[in-house]
Write a protein that binds this ligand. Structure first.
Ligand code: B12
Ligand code: SF4
Ligand code: SF4
Length: 349
């Protein structure tokens, strides 16, 4: 076991790499197996089949060969991405805050790789592996176990001093480091239910339970198929991801604004003119150049144009009808179908 003094020096060295918060926990299986079983059995994973097919691995011991053979400690790292962005008007589309800059997988991977070297220098002979959404690991449960924060009723981890806009990342190590004990006084949701009330689609079906099949974030980022008719009018002008439940959380008011320049934030992504965007999205080249290196690439051109069509349909702005009509010729059947819906929505609004 690493001596306490060395553990604290290691924590400081990791904070110096650029992390906002660092915590240590064990690599034992998930303490919420029955929750996971119920969640996947309810079909909540939707198209994200990897969440249910790899459930045993995702919720099991972290020291297995698929993750890191012999891992004894999970070092959980939080990086704040709270930054200023442009305010959207009624004819602007909103890209979620996390996606308004370079892909966090890339940025955090580079800081975490630095962190991994620090760990191996502190504990010679230890082996480590860094992950940020790149391995089947329950990052939020580990963050709570490591005392980084608590899972709010919207299911995201809230980190005291940094609020909701925080990425998580994990370094697994074969070294045995004493787990941190979560501070019972760190904070909690108390009697608040703001996030549950504000979610426009009712995706938060109970406190701490998200049904992604109703979540705007899932439909605008992960899903390749047609967006359900009942969800479309509720999406408003969210064109990639959704921050509604995390934005309303009172714990953000106490959060510091961290500006890790490596993310190269693009504040304009918080308010993109829907008409211009829809027109430009006829071109694969324009899409790839504009969103190069950002998480938005994940939807593909057609996926984003599908989302923008829905957002235009929700504007009630009939001046956008001619702009939309051009999309009836889009090569993607999914885009054409959503354009038809949006035209209908504008005509009947
Ligand atoms: C799949 C996924 C999604 C899906 C599903 C989200 C979900 N809530 O499950 C979708 C596409 C909807 C999504 C959306 C978003 N995501 Co996402 N997502 C993931 C991913 C890859 C896996 C999550 C997962 O395993 N879900 C399955 C469920 C069962 O797991 P869980 O909710 O964590 O469940 C645990 C707890 O609920 C706990 N539990 C059980 N019972 C109880 C009871 C109580 C009282 C408590 C407190 C806990 C608890 O046990 C469960 C098992 O560990 C993680 C990365 C990772 N590897 O963890 C990122 C991750 C969760 N996402 C992240 C982000 C930033 C987002 C968005 C904010 C992006 C956006 N702006 O659009 C939204 C937020 C939506 C929301 N309200 O959660 C961050 C969250 C960071 C944080 N501070 O928590 C993560 C950790 C990525 C990262 N590395 O930073 N995401
Ligand atoms: S991300 Fe949006 S749609 Fe999903 S639960 Fe939160 S408020 Fe609801
Ligand atoms: S909005 Fe309220 S209930 Fe929701 S996570 Fe924040 S404090 Fe908890």
């Amino acid at each position: 076991m690493l001596p306490t003094e060395t553990k604290e020096q290691l924590r400081d060295a990791l904070l110096a790499c650029g992390f906002s918060q660092v915590g240590f926990t064990d690599t034992l299986p998930s303490r919420h197996q029955s929750y996971w079983r119920a969640w996947t059995n309810a079909g909540y994973a939707g198209e994200m089949l990897w969440l249910s097919t790899r459930r045993e691995l995702r919720t099991g011991h972290l020291g297995v060969p698929e993750l890191l053979a012999g891992a004894q400690t999970a070092i959980v790292l939080a990086v704040s991405y709270n930054h200023a962005c442009n305010e959207a008007g009624p004819s602007d589309g909103i890209i979620a805050k996390y996606a308004q800059g370079l892909d966090y997988h890339r940025v955090i991977r580079s800081i975490t790789n630095r962190g991994m070297k620090v760990v191996e220098e502190f504990i010679p002979g230890s082996v480590s592996r860094a992950t940020t959404d790149s391995a089947p690991i329950p990052e939020r449960e580990l963050a709570v176990r490591a005392g980084i924060g608590w899972q709010g009723r919207h299911t995201n981890v809230i980190v005291p001093g940094f609020g909701n806009y925080v990425f998580l990342s994990v370094i697994l190590t074969t070294a045995l480091i004493e787990p941190d004990t979560p501070d019972s006084k760190m904070g909690n949701c108390g009697g608040c239910t703001k996030c549950l009330q504000v979610c426009p689609t009712g995706a938060l079906v109970a406190p701490n339970v998200l049904d992604p099949r109703r979540c705007i974030s899932y439909w605008t980022i992960e899903a390749k198929e047609s967006i359900p008719l009942e969800i479309r009018p509720l999406m408003g002008n969210r064109i990639f991801g959704c921050d509604i439940c995390i934005d309303v959380c009172p714990w953000n008011s106490l959060a510091s604004v961290e500006q890790l320049t490596a993310f190269d934030w693009k504040p304009s992504f918080g308010a993109l003119d829907l008409g211009n965007l829809f027109t430009n999205l006829s071109s694969d080249e324009w899409f790839e150049q504009t969103f190069l290196g950002t998480p938005v690439l994940r939807t593909g051109r057609a996926g984003l144009r599908r989302n923008v069509a829905v957002a235009i349909g929700n504007t009630h702005d009939v001046s956008l009808i001619p702009v939309l009509q051009v999309g009836l010729n889009d090569e993607s059947g999914i885009v054409r179908e959503h354009v038809e819906w949006a035209l209908e929505a504008l005509v009947t609004s």
